[in-house]
Design a protein around this ligand. Structure first.
Ligand SMILES: *Cc1c(COP(=O)(O)O)cnc(C)c1O
Length: 311
């Protein structure tokens, strides 16, 4: 049985009013781990345990680590999440509350990741990568299978891109549904636009720095798989500002009473701000509301202030 939940697929009159076309929301924010990550990490975890893993290890202090914690909880397998010191107390607390052991190692993710590799080897555990694995993509693709089952053929799909795992899953799901011709808007923020760079170059490009506050989109380099996959389908790169992303989070909270991370706000902003790639769609636009646990109302208020236009 899959570890993720089937999520609501809802029409949005608020977003339709902005786009001038019907808008549907796939609410991944309603997963128990607050994001779509449980789909891919859940499948990867199940397969690792079937292969004999007695422990699951993650090096993500974000939504991927949180999803591994949830996967281990459902499977009855211990989970250790190694996070860098930069991971906030709230996220550490959420991961621990889901039953995982949280270890802090290193200043940045790379250092935590090295420690996680060593730990997995020594403990006979399986290290689950946050985005670069076919099991992850296959797991994420299940969200598009639910859309297909509901009979909603989108004219456009809007999705946020970090390392590219979610986009890989969406593309795989579109292919499986026979919808390979549907244009996909791959949205990032300025300062985290590693997919835009890779899509233009035809191969992964390593960004020298990450400056966006949408930390969940902050992969300096997207995976190889997403670049090759995106070239086979109609994928269009869109880059928005941090200000647009956090404004969209704020509007979405009022419109749908759901609080999401700026990564998710980035995707929502192309609809709220009436991007031509949305308004010219000849049919329903599907937004993947990827969600995210690393946000509070107070943080959102701070980001709104931080990104406000100077008067
Ligand atoms: C992981 C994540 C992303 C980015 O997904 P990738 O698979 O890394 O591209 C976007 N938004 C949220 C909330 C996430 O957890």
């Amino acid at each position: 049985m899959p570890l993720h939940h089937a999520t609501p697929l809802l029409p949005s009159t608020a977003l339709e009013a902005c786009a001038g076309v019907p808008v549907w929301l796939k609410l991944e924010s309603s997963q128990p781990s607050a994001s779509f990550k449980l789909r891919g990490m859940g499948l990867a975890a199940e397969r690792a345990v079937a292969r004999g893993a007695t422990q699951l290890v993650s090096s993500s202090g974000g939504n991927a680590g949180y999803a591994v914690a949830w996967a281990g909880r459902s499977l009855g397998v211990p989970v250790t999440v190694v996070v860098p010191r930069s991971t906030g107390a709230r996220m550490r607390g959420l991961i621990a509350a889901a039953g995982a052991e949280v270890r802090v190692h290193g200043a940045v993710w790379d250092e935590a990741h090295q420690a996680a590799i060593a730990l997995a080897e020594e403990a006979g555990g399986a290290l689950l990568h946050p985005f670069d694995h076919p099991d992850i993509w296959e797991g994420h693709a299940s969200l598009m299978a639910e859309v297909a089952e509901a009979g909603l053929r989108p004219a456009r799909v809007v999705v946020a891109v970090g390392g590219g795992g979610l986009l890989c899953g969406v593309l795989q799901g579109l292919e499986a549904a026979g919808w390979s011709d549907v244009p996909v808007l791959a949205v990032e923020t300025e300062g985290a636009a590693s997919f835009a760079a890779a899509h233009a170059a035809g191969e992964p490009v390593t960004l020298s720095e990450l400056t966006s506050l949408a930390l969940t989109l902050g992969a300096r380099r997207v995976c190889e798989g997403v670049v090759s996959h995106a070239r086979q389908l109609d994928v269009r790169s869109v880059v928005v500002t941090d200000a647009a992303a956090v404004r969209a989070c704020d509007r979405f909270l009022d419109d749908h009473r759901v609080l999401v991370e700026p990564s998710c706000g980035a995707a929502l902003s192309v609809v709220y701000d009436g991007h031509p790639q949305v308004t010219e769609a000849e049919g329903p636009v599907l937004v993947i509301v990827c969600g995210g646990a690393a946000v509070t109302r107070a943080q959102l208020a701070g980001w709104l202030e931080q990104t406000a236009e100077p008067r």
